[in-house]
Design a protein around this ligand. Structure first.
Ligand code: FE2
Length: 381
């Protein structure tokens, strides 16, 4: 049985669960988060009132708890509203734990090269036809920031079938998708064989595309493995080594620019390490090819900024941080482009390589995942 106690002036209610856990709630928060049919639309759950409809000085005059519910009476409205006590405890904000700058986002797990033995992977047919397999594959993307998908069709445009599993393509000035075709032969090997430093794509966009899909259609050249690095793990390692360097990259904006085609001049100024207001890691942007002149760092901090930028690059280049894998035709991988950096390794032989890439967004993926995890919500749509 739940128990509820009201503070002397009625502005705080303390709820205690049968297991002894308790949490304090403000009267104004409780009133704003009522689920009665005058506050929330019964069908879609949208809030029917604005804060201006709740009187200032709202307080609780009576609280009655039962096995699963707590009923609160609010003054000066004079209304009694029933709450699901379990829902309240699930949404409690009265926590002792504090967030340290650089903490992972909720549900995220930092990784390094040791993940190579367990690369998150799904099977295309299973993920497409089985909701549980789809849920598990999408959950891996939110946990690790990337995942492979194997056993897909080998045809032009197959990458759109992958995006259809969770969301929608983000079209850009590069089109709905882009081609990555390489003929690897002895005459151009020196050029095409070069690996690329791990990077996030398109940091010059704001908002940045939050998912990239790279789909393999041909891969006869030896080498050319794909490689990923957890940008959040790299940022956390930088902070462990030198908190001041972490702070300088998180505290000032970098600048990124792409003006490589007629009529396009994309610019952004955003930090290389972006934190939520609470201090959790929110995004990493790292791309030497589109880095523009940094002008938002004060003169006094610029030397430290460059030292921190150099060190972050060294951490990203450290083989201990990377997970690499080779993609065969019909296989692809997907990265959370706000977190995981990607790269291609150099080639060792001759042959052809044909990949197609496109962008999509994490909000659609998270939405699909949440609906699969809560069938009740999906049914209510
Ligand atoms: Fe890229």
């Amino acid at each position: 049985m739940f128990q509820a106690a009201i503070s002397a002036n009625g502005d705080i209610v303390t709820l205690t669960a049968p297991d002894g856990q308790s949490a304090r709630f403000h009267a104004i928060w409780l009133r704003d988060n009522a689920w009665d049919d005058q506050t929330r639309a019964p069908g879609n759950g949208q809030r029917l009132i604005a804060l201006r409809d709740i009187p200032e000085g709202t307080h609780v005059t009576k609280a009655e708890a039962s096995d699963h519910n707590v009923t609160l009476t609010f003054a000066p409205e004079g209304r009694s509203i029933a709450y699901d006590a379990g829902w309240l405890m699930d949404h409690a904000y009265d926590r002792a734990d504090t967030i340290t700058p650089g903490d992972m986002p909720e549900g995220g797990e930092a990784w390094d090269a040791r993940l190579m033995s367990a690369v998150p992977t799904g099977d295309f047919t299973a993920v497409r036809s089985n909701p549980d397999a789809r849920r598990d594959w999408l959950a891996q993307v939110t946990r690790y920031g990337f995942a492979k998908l194997t056993g897909g069709p080998i045809r032009d445009g197959a990458l759109f079938d992958v995006v259809d599993l969770f969301g929608h393509v983000r079209e850009t000035n590069y089109g709905r998708h882009f081609e990555v075709r390489t003929e690897v032969n002895p005459t151009n090997l020196a050029y095409t064989g070069l690996g690329l430093q791990a990077h996030t794509d398109n940091p010059y966009r704001d908002p940045v595309p939050t998912i990239q899909v790279l789909y393999c259609l041909e891969s006869s050249a030896a080498g050319g493995e794909n490689m990923v690095v957890d940008g959040f793990a790299a940022a956390r390692r930088l902070r462990a080594e030198n908190p001041a360097w972490f702070d300088v990259l998180a505290g000032y904006s970098a600048r990124f620019e792409y003006a490589g085609e007629a009529g396009v001049c994309l610019r952004s100024h955003r930090p290389m390490i972006e934190l939520s207001p609470e201090g959790r890691l929110q995004a990493v942007r790292f791309n030497n090819r589109s880095a523009a002149a940094i002008t938002d760092v004060p003169f006094e901090a610029m030397a430290d900024y460059y030292a921190a930028y150099r060190r972050l690059g060294q951490i990203i280049d450290d083989p201990d941080m990377e997970v690499s894998f080779r993609l065969e035709p019909g296989e692809c991988f997907l990265v959370d482009n706000t977190r995981v950096l990607h790269a291609r390794k150099g080639y060792a032989g001759t042959g052809t390589r044909w990949f197609q890439g496109c962008y999509a967004d994490m909000d659609g993926l998270r939405s699909t995942l949440a609906a699969l995890q809560s069938p009740r919500l999906e049914a209510a749509e």
